[in-house]
Design a protein around this ligand. Structure first.
Ligand code: LLP
Length: 386
């Protein structure tokens, strides 16, 4: 939707809210489907943590994707929104007993297990419930990624996964447990990764591990799950509304040596939903101080925490003004100095009441919102609803 149209549609709505462009989401899902269909055994479990908005989830489910969940709450939300339990995988370093029970009761596809103590608890609970738990092991590949330190996960120093040196041992332990079935390996090296050579490095590491397993006589690795991580263009959302899925899936097709019949699972989150979401706010005040000009908007870090937490850049647009640009700091109303969306940002001259769009906010926006300062959680609209 272009800016003039957006302004017209948003005019009467109470701000702040998330706007999800479901036409763009459909285009994005089509692009993924087009690429994954080119290769045998490629399957996507959407990473629900990126955006769990029911309207978005339903559209993703209807496009035929499964779900990657990291909590009992996410599993419940997915079941409520039409995902068959058999299409859900469950990851996370700290699964609580009730979450394991919920997953076993529902009959999810498999658990991504991150430690031996966790494996033991899953086995015990499954045995008590008279079930067999499908488990895949998250192995820490010790592969770095060129991204923000807070969102790199695949290094030996990170808390995630089982050390690759322990891989054979944990698989052997699992194989001796009657209430557990070993179904695969899981990896994830980080998020907002734009360099395909990072994913390529993961492929080489997995190839080495598969050779090692074969040498040890372990030949029943049914699924290889490579996590998510594909980044998006935060600077130019209108030039690159759909991420480069072709390059991403091609990297795996070229460099990962799958064994016959083996399935390759992906857990993309950000790349699926980031560009279709915008946080829409209104300018409350324009405040001039000795050194700065502030645009104070009615959305804050409680609605979108990425700039405050990671120093993340989001493109900001004034939907109401075409006046010549001025330099502003765009800030929220929260009582925290870090409640800043952008510093020294060029915007058309802005006035009280102008509509402001913070772009590329579909991923890790609404899901990370909080009620700090007793604020309401942001509401949301899709293209069909405005
Ligand atoms: N799989 C696993 C095991 C993960 O930990 C994650 C993300 C994903 C898949 C999906 O990654 P994606 O495709 O979205 O990059 N809040 C941060 C991002 C945290 C990512 C956590 N894990 C942000 O706003 O940038």
């Amino acid at each position: 939707m272009d800016i003039a149209n957006m302004k017209k549609c948003f005019e009467g709505l109470r701000t702040p809210f998330y706007y999800y462009d479901t036409v763009l989401l459909a285009r994005t899902l089509d692009a993924i489907r087009h690429e994954t269909d080119r290769y045998e055994g490629f399957h996507l479990h959407y990473a629900v943590k990126a955006c769990a908005n029911p309207k978005v989830l339903r559209q993703i489910q209807q496009a035929g994707f499964g779900a990657d969940c990291v909590s009992g709450g996410e599993i419940r939300t997915c079941l409520e929104n039409g995902f068959p339990a058999g299409e859900i995988v469950f990851a996370g370093v700290g699964k609580a007993d009730w979450e394991i029970e919920l997953a076993l009761e529902a009959g999810i596809q498999y658990f991504n297990v991150e430690s031996i103590p966790e494996l033991e608890v899953i086995a015990e609970i499954a045995q008590r419930m008279g079930k067999v738990a499908n488990v895949s092991f998250r192995i820490n590949p010790d592969v770095g990624a060129h991204t923000h330190a807070h969102i790199t996960t695949g290094l030996a120093e990170n808390k995630f996964g089982i050390a690759k040196e322990d891989m054979v041992r944990v698989i052997r332990i699992a194989k001796q447990m009657p209430s557990v079935r070993f179904v695969g390996l899981h990896f994830h090296i980080g998020s907002q990764i734009l360099r395909m050579d990072d994913f390529e490095a993961l492929c080489y590491r997995i190839n080495e591990m598969q050779d090692e397993l074969e040498a040890e006589g372990i030949t029943d690795v049914r699924n290889i799950n490579v996590g998510g991580g594909l980044g998006i263009d935060y600077e130019n959302p209108d030039e690159h509304p759909v991420p480069n899925f072709k390059a991403y899936f091609e990297t795996y097709a070229r460099h990962l040596k799958l064994r016959p019949g083996q399935r390759l699972h992906f857990e993309l989150g950000r790349a699926v939903v980031a560009q279709c979401g915008s946080l829409i706010a209104r300018c409350l005040y324009v405040k001039q101080t000795a050194t700065k000009q502030f645009v104070i908007i009615d959305a804050g870090m409680t609605d979108l925490i990425r700039p405050a937490l990671y120093g993340a850049y989001h493109c900001i647009q004034n939907l109401s003004s075409t006046a010549p640009a001025q330099t502003y700091d765009v800030v929220g109303p929260i009582c925290e100095s870090s409640d800043v969306f952008a510093k020294d940002c060029q915007l058309p001259e802005t006035k009280r009441g102008d509509l402001i769009a913070i772009r590329s906010a579909g991923a890790y926006g609404e899901t990370m919102a909080s009620r700090y300062n007793c604020r309401e959680l942001p509401r949301s609209y899709t293209t069909e609803e405005i």
